[in-house]
Design a binder for this molecule. Structure first.
Ligand SMILES: [Zn+2]
Length: 199
């Protein structure tokens, strides 16, 4: 295993990293019980990005699937999960935001949406164009009547998920700043992104 790049994401912050075709992105839950909101864009054409509804539809599951597909009209596999120590993720595309945090008592705070908008802007993505997210390590409880409720996170210290990239990608992750509910077990921590060269 040869790590060719790595970026630590401090608590409540976001970072980007480039992952080239046939490289693997490893996302590690450094301290445990921290979720990350991940966006994936085509490095060379930011109009192509991970699409949650298409990925859910093609693989018939709201919570668990292995391949992250891009939006129409592109509709191509962008990344595939090839190893997963956690197997708990939320693929419903929702991300915390200033309005949600305000409703929970966190007035004036930024959520993953605002954090991702900030890190993607230098790459030419406008704030109203923040793509769908794949919520690594996040547990979403879904009930028969349609209610949904954030559960406690799935990852323990050192757990990771590996995504094999099928094209050159720009990946952005927000180390979720929500400490007002069980999402991150009420404490915000860091995440680690590593790019692994497959030879
Ligand atoms: Zn969040």
């Amino acid at each position: 295993m040869k790590v060719v790049d790595e970026v630590l994401i401090p608590p409540r912050e976001g970072r980007t990293i480039k992952v080239l075709k046939d490289q693997t992105l490893r996302v590690t839950d450094v301290e445990g019980e921290q979720v990350g909101d991940m966006v994936v864009l085509n490095l060379h054409d930011k109009r192509e990005r991970y699409c949650a509804w298409l990925s859910q539809q093609l693989q018939g599951n709201l919570l668990q699937f292995s391949t992250l597909y891009s939006n129409p009209p592109f509709m191509r596999p962008m990344m595939t999960i090839v190893e997963d120590k956690v197997k708990v993720h939320w693929a419903g595309a929702s991300m915390c935001n200033r309005l949600l945090l305000e409703k929970r008592g966190g007035v004036g705070r930024f959520g993953c949406n605002e954090i991702l908008a900030g890190i993607l802007y230098p790459h030419g993505v406008e704030p109203h164009e923040v793509p769908d997210v794949f919520n690594v390590f996040m547990r979403m409880n879904i009930f028969e009547d349609g209610r949904r409720e954030n559960g406690f996170p799935g990852g323990k210290k050192g757990d990771y998920t590996d995504f094999l990239s099928h094209m050159d990608c720009l990946v952005g992750i927000s180390a979720c700043p929500d400490d007002l509910d069980p999402t991150n077990n009420f404490k915000c921590k860091s995440l680690l992104m590593q790019v692994i060269e497959n030879s």
